[in-house]
Each structure stands twice: as C-alpha cells, then as structure tokens.
Design a protein around this ligand. Structure first.
Ligand SMILES: CCCCCCCC/C=C\C=C\CC(=O)SCCNC(=O)CCNC(=O)[C@H](O)C(C)(C)COP(=O)(O)OP(=O)(O)OC[C@H]1O[C@@H](n2cnc3c(N)ncnc32)[C@H](O)[C@@H]1OP(=O)(O)O
Length: 280
C-alpha cells in the first residue's frame, strides 16, 4: 500500500496535507466462479515502482490465502497492461530503494510463477519487459489486438537475467526465444499468437477476462492437489535456480544501473519517452 499526501483547504481556509493509503491493485473474487481478478491500477502505464510491486505481492498473497480457484491478472489502464519497471526508479536512484525495487520484482515473479492455483493474464494493452514478465509467469495469456509484448532488454543495452527469461522459455521453443531475446523483439498481438507467446486474442478486456475464466474452468474436474503438484514439478527447477542466484542478481542489477553510461542511457531513454508522449 502506498501513501499519498492529499492537499485540501480546511474550514480555517488553511491548506492541509493529509496522508492517505492508496492501493495500486484491487482483488475481486467472483462469487459464482471463485476466481480472483487482480487488477493493476497505477496510471498511466502501470509502471512497476516499489509501491505497485509491493501491492501486487500482497494481492497475490491475499489470493493464495482466500481459497480462490484461480487468479487472473489484468490492468485498469485502457491501453497498457504494464510498461514494465518504472524507469524513474532506475534514474539517479536512491540505492536502498533501488535494491528494494529489484527484490520486490523478484518476489512478485516467484510468487506469481509458483502459486498453485491456475493463473491467466488478460493482457488488455501493451506488455513490454516487466509487463511481459508478469504475463509469462502465468499459465495462459489472452491479449487484445494491436498491442506489443516481449522482452526488449537488449534493445535497451541490457541483459535480461535468467529468471526473467525462464517464463519465456516455458512458452516458446528455445530457437524462437533465443532469437527474440537477442533481437530484443517486441511481438505484435498477431505475431505473439503465431509464435505461441499468447494463447488467444480477444476483442476487448471483458472478452479477454471471459476467455481466462474459461481456461481456468478447464480444471474444474481436475483434483486441485494433483494439479498443483504437477505444476510445481514443471516449475521447480527454475525456482530452485532463481533462489540460488537471487542475491547475486540484486547486486548485479545495482552495479549495472549505477554505471555512468547506463545512467546516461536511461536519461536519454526517458527523454525519448516523454517527447513521444508530448507529440501524441
Ligand atoms: C537504457 C535504458 C534501460 C535501463 C535499464 C537498466 C537495467 C534494468 C535491467 C532490467 C530491467 C528489465 C525490466 C524492465 O521492465 S525495464 C522497462 C522497460 N520498459 C519499456 O521500455 C517500456 C517503455 N514504454 C513504452 O514503450 C510505452 O510507454 C508503452 C508501454 C508502449 C505505452 O505507450 P503509450 O500508451 O503511447 O504511452 P506513452 O509512451 O505516451 O507513455 C505515457 C507516459 O508514461 C511514461 N512511461 C512509459 N513507460 C514508462 C516506464 N517503463 N517507466 C516510467 N514511465 C513510463 C511516459 O514517459 C509517459 O509519461 P509522461 O506522460 O509524463 O510524458
């Protein structure tokens, strides 16, 4: 939960500041299906800052503990599922916070990747980098048309760590994954379907959620313990490897981000994003 300072004019005419807790995710459980929908709500693009990551983690844990039959992750933004890590977190960063951001991204990934209930992403907008990470941690993906999805890290001059890539490798043939990663390729919705990065296309967010519900419904008659253990068998190696490397991975991330040439690159990239947004 993040806290924000709200400014208002009180009866004395003086401006007061009030601290309020604002949640950047919501969890809604459908009474009929028992399926929980986790919605990211950090406008404009669900940039993954520390607070959003903490809220996603706490929502996943809430779903773990409330006996939901499945988890669907989606976004409240009309055009973007998630733009990935909030680049502002990486620019001229506070070191402790930067460490916490990467640690929480790791936590979100391993909690979502490892949760025992069926998971699906209703990708109702663009999903580059960390957005793609969330979608590929799930078991099923449905995406709306004319959007992009993929791990574009090499385009940014950086290497996606192994755990970030492992979701990709669960889904794509190794040959396709290697080429896409080395190119830093962002797939259009149609290309993603063709390559198998997503499972279905839907014409709206509502239809995407319905298709995710239908996927989760396919497990209705399967013993949930047998299902969970089978999922675990498939994912255990990646998770074991991740836990071995996670501390080193945080150190590597920090030293990469702090390099002067990377800081310069991030500054230029941010400028480019802002210019593009101002032109629209
Ligand atoms: C050289 C730089 C790399 C530095 C990396 C260091 C090491 C990190 C190691 C690994 C990390 C990997 C994980 C990641 O997730 S990195 C993040 C990568 N994400 C992206 O490259 C996506 C960038 N965004 C976009 O491509 C588009 O915004 C898109 C998501 C397609 C949505 O397009 P559109 O709907 O047209 O929206 P705008 O582009 O107009 O954006 C609206 C405002 O949002 C700001 N924005 C967008 N993305 C981010 C972001 N990731 N972080 C922070 N802010 C972002 C954008 O500037 C606009 O802001 P404003 O209105 O104030 O100008």
């Amino acid at each position: 939960m993040s806290s924000r300072l709200l400014s208002f004019v009180g009866r004395t005419g003086r401006r007061r500041l009030m601290s309020t807790a604002i949640k950047l995710t919501t969890v809604e459980v459908n009474d009929k299906t028992g399926i929980a929908t986790l919605t990211m709500c950090r406008p404009p693009v669900n940039g993954q800052n520390l607070e959003l990551l903490l809220d996603i983690k706490s929502s996943i844990n809430e779903i773990k503990n409330n006996n939901s039959r499945g988890l669907i992750i989606t976004s409240a933004s009309p055009k973007v599922f998630s733009a990935g890590l909030d680049i502002l977190e990486m620019y001229k960063p506070d070191q402790q916070r930067l460490r916490a951001v990467w640690t929480e991204l790791q936590n979100v990934w391993c909690d979502l990747y490892g949760i025992s209930v069926p998971t699906a992403a209703a990708i109702n907008g663009h999903a580059p980098a960390g957005g793609c990470l969330l979608a590929t941690a799930c078991e099923y993906r449905v995406m709306v048309p004319n959007c992009i999805i993929g791990l574009n890290e090499t385009q940014l001059g950086i290497i996606a760590p192994k755990w970030l890539v492992s979701g990709y490798l669960n889904i794509l043939p190794k040959r396709v994954a290697e080429r896409a990663l080395t190119q830093g390729r962002l797939f259009t919705t149609d290309e993603a379907l063709q390559e198998g990065l997503i499972d279905e296309i839907a014409n709206s967010k509502e239809e995407a959620v319905d298709k995710c519900v239908a996927f989760i419904g396919t497990f209705a008659k399967v013993n949930p313990v047998a299902r969970a253990l089978t999922k675990q068998q498939f994912r255990a190696d990646n998770l074991r490897q991740f836990h071995k490397e996670r501390e080193q991975d945080v150190d590597d991330f920090l030293s990469l981000v702090n390099r002067p040439e990377v800081q310069k690159g991030i500054g230029i990239y941010l400028e480019g994003l802002k210019k593009k947004a101002n032109k629209q």
